[in-house]
Design a protein around this ligand. Structure first.
Ligand code: AMP
Ligand code: ZN
Length: 136
């Protein structure tokens, strides 16, 4: 993954403002934060999206997100944060190396992560329910 910016950070080829690191996971400040303190939680191995991350790595990733969220709450934040993961281009994923965003939230911030709501037509909800259930 020569061109991957997060692989370059993992191998030390480019710097990052790391706040945590162990043998599997690193956490560093997002260079263009949604709010100051915004951290990225990144597996050191290259996986493109959530669907590729093995369960063992995933549990390490989410545990690290919790640790970082706690540290953010005790330092720059106040206990409110969003945990976000963009998977795929259409979902807004810009860096194709799986990562979680932990974004501290403040009363007066202008960040908008809310979406507009759609409605199901008659029976459509049931159809979607059945379609999805077949694969679970
Ligand atoms: P996403 O849209 O979920 O792929 O988010 C990618 C995030 O990575 C963006 O918020 C970028 O600001 C951030 N980012 C890109 N390059 C770097 C870098 N070298 N160091 C820290 N954050 C970065
Ligand atoms: Zn990578």
């Amino acid at each position: 993954m020569e061109d991957c910016v997060f692989c370059k950070i993992a191998s030390g080829k480019i710097p990052a403002a790391k706040v945590y690191e162990d043998s599997n996971v690193m956490a560093f400040l997002d260079i263009m934060p949604a709010n100051k303190g915004h951290c990225l939680i990144v597996p050191k191995k290259h996986y493109e999206t959530l669907l590729e991350v093995p369960d063992e790595d995933l549990s390490l990733l989410i545990k690290t997100a919790k640790k970082v969220a706690k540290a953010l709450s005790l330092s720059v934040g106040n206990g409110a944060f969003n945990l976000v993961m963009n998977n795929g281009k259409e979902a807004g994923q810009l860096v194709s190396h799986a990562h979680l965003h932990v974004i501290p939230r403040f009363k007066s911030d202008r960040l908008r992560l809310k979406w507009s709501h759609q409605k199901y037509m008659e029976n459509e909800m049931k159809e979607f329910q059945e379609k999805i259930k077949k694969f679970l």
